[in-house]
Write a protein of this length. Structure first.
Length: 412
C-alpha cells in the first residue's frame, strides 16, 4: 500500500515593510512601458538625445584608463569617490562661482542616489519636508519611502513664493526644502535671482536645510546664468548642492555628486557605504580622464544648441496641437515644457486616446504633493528631431480631438 505523505504546512512569508507597501509604482515608468514601441513618438521620457553623446570621447577615456591603470580602474575605491574626479568636479564648481575643494564633495551613483542618501541621513519618519508645487516625481518617491510628511510650497510661474515658504517654515517646522531651481522638472521654470536670495535668507532665519538639485543647469539656451542658492549669504552652512553628468555626458555612466557641509557629508558617506560601498571606479576614472582630455563645456554648448532648435520646434507647434485656451511657458533651457489645458480637461483621462495615435506625454497629476492640477502635462522636447516633434504634435492634436469627441467623461 502506498502511503501518501501529507503536504507540509506552509506559513506565509513575512510582509514587506510598511514603507514598501505604502509607495506605489512610478506613473512615468508605467507610461514609458506602454509607449516603448519604436513607432511611438515619446514626449513622456526625460532622456537626453543619444545621438548627441560624445561616444568617441567617452570611449577614448575608458580605453586610456584601462590601458594605463587597469588595476586601479577595476579595483574597489573609497566611498567618498576617486580623488582625481573629486578634484576635477571641485575645480568646475569653483569656476562657476562657488568655492569648493575636493573634500567638500561625495561622488554618488547618479544624483538620484544622493537624494536617497540625504533622506537616510536627515529624515526621521514623520518629519516634514517642503517641496515645489509641482515637484520632481522621483524626489516625492524618495521622501515618501523615508516616511516624511511632504508639504508643497505655493508658487507661481517663477517658482517658489518666498513669503509662502516662510509662513510654512514657521508653521510646520520642516527639516528641509527640496528644490530644482534651474530649468525645473517638470515645469522648466527658473527661480529668479532675488527669490534665491530670499529663500537663502528664510533658511538662515529659521533653521532649514536646502537641497538644491541641479541636473539641468548647464543646458542653457538663452538668458544669463543665475547663481546657485548655495552661493547666497545665509545658505553657506545649510545647502546641499546636487550635480550630475547624466544630462551633459551620459546617463549610463551613473555619475552624480553632492556638495554638503562636513557633518552631513560624512553621514551621507556612511549611508553610501552601507548602500553600495562606492560608485564604480572605472566610471569615475573615465569621467576624470574625459574632463582632462576633452572639452566638456564645448560639448555641452553644441548639445544645448540642438536642444534649443527642438524646443523652438515644439513651441512653434503647440498652438495647433493643444486645445484653445491652453497655456505654456517658454523655458530658457533644460529638457521640459509644461502646459496647462483649460480646466475642464483631465490629461490622465485623455492619455489613452492620445497613445492610440502613437504619441505620448506625462500627465501632470503625479508631480503634485498636494491637490493636483489635472489639466497639466509635461512634454520632453530633447529626444526627437524637429521633424519628429512636428509629427508628434500633429498626432497629439488628433488624439486630443478624438478623445474629446468621445464625450465629457474624459473631462472634469
Amino acid at each position: 500500500m502506498t502511503v501518501v505523505e501529507p503536504a507540509p504546512t506552509r506559513a506565509p512569508v513575512p510582509p514587506l515593510a510598511a514603507r514598501a507597501r505604502s509607495i506605489g509604482g512610478s506613473p512615468v515608468r508605467d507610461i514609458l512601458a506602454v509607449t516603448a514601441r519604436p513607432e511611438v513618438i515619446n514626449f513622456a521620457g526625460g532622456l537626453p538625445a543619444p545621438e548627441l553623446f560624445d561616444v568617441d570621447g567617452i570611449a577614448a577615456a575608458y580605453r586610456a584608463v584601462l590601458a594605463e591603470s587597469p588595476a586601479q580602474a577595476l579595483q574597489y575605491s573609497t566611498t567618498e569617490g576617486e580623488p582625481e574626479l573629486r578634484a576635477a568636479l571641485a575645480a568646475r564648481t569653483s569656476a562657476r562661482g562657488l568655492a569648493t575643494g575636493p573634500d567638500d564633495l561625495l561622488v554618488t551613483t547618479g544624483s538620484q542616489q544622493a537624494l536617497s542618501l540625504l533622506a537616510t541621513a536627515l529624515i526621521e519618519p514623520g518629519d516634514t519636508v517642503l517641496v515645489e508645487n509641482p515637484c520632481y516625481l522621483a524626489a516625492l518617491q524618495v521622501f515618501g519611502f523615508a516616511g516624511a510628511r511632504v508639504v508643497a510650497v505655493p508658487g507661481d510661474g517663477h517658482g517658489v513664493d518666498p513669503e509662502a515658504l516662510e509662513e510654512l517654515v514657521v508653521r510646520e517646522r520642516p527639516k528641509l526644502l527640496y528644490t530644482v531651481p534651474t530649468f525645473q522638472n517638470p515645469t522648466g521654470r527658473t527661480l529668479p535671482r532675488e527669490r534665491r536670495a530670499a529663500v537663502a535668507a528664510v533658511a538662515a532665519r529659521h533653521g532649514l536645510w536646502i537641497v538644491e538639485d541641479d541636473p539641468y543647469g548647464e543646458l542653457r539656451f538663452e538668458g544669463e546664468r543665475v547663481p546657485w542658492i548655495a552661493s547666497y549669504p545665509g545658505a553657506e552652512d545649510r545647502t546641499v548642492l546636487l550635480g550630475s553628468f547624466s544630462k551633459v555626458m551620459a546617463p549610463g555612466m551613473r555619475l552624480g555628486w553632492l556638495r554638503a557641509p562636513a557633518e552631513l557629508r560624512r553621514a551621507c558617506a556612511v549611508a553610501k557605504q552601507a548602500a553600495d560601498l562606492h560608485t564604480p571606479t572605472v566610471n569615475q576614472l573615465a569621467a576624470a580622464r574625459y574632463l582632462a582630455d576633452s572639452d566638456l563645456d564645448g560639448h555641452v554648448t553644441r548639445v544645448a544648441a540642438v536642444y534649443r532648435e527642438r524646443r523652438d520646434a515644439m513651441l512653434a507647434g503647440l498652438a495647433e496641437a493643444l486645445p484653445e485656451g491652453s497655456h505654456w511657458d517658454r523655458p530658457e533651457g533644460g529638457m521640459f515644457l509644461w502646459a496647462r489645458l483649460p480646466e475642464t480637461y483631465d490629461t490622465t483621462a485623455l492619455l489613452p486616446a492620445v497613445v492610440r495615435q502613437e504619441v505620448a506625454y506625462v500627465p501632470g497629476a503625479p508631480f503634485y504633493a498636494a491637490e493636483p492640477d489635472r489639466s497639466t502635462l509635461r512634454l520632453c522636447f530633447v529626444t526627437q528631431t524637429p521633424e519628429e516633434i512636428g509629427e508628434g504634435l500633429r498626432r497629439l492634436g488628433v488624439g486630443m480631438g478624438v478623445a474629446m469627441d468621445m464625450g465629457p467623461a474624459l473631462g472634469r
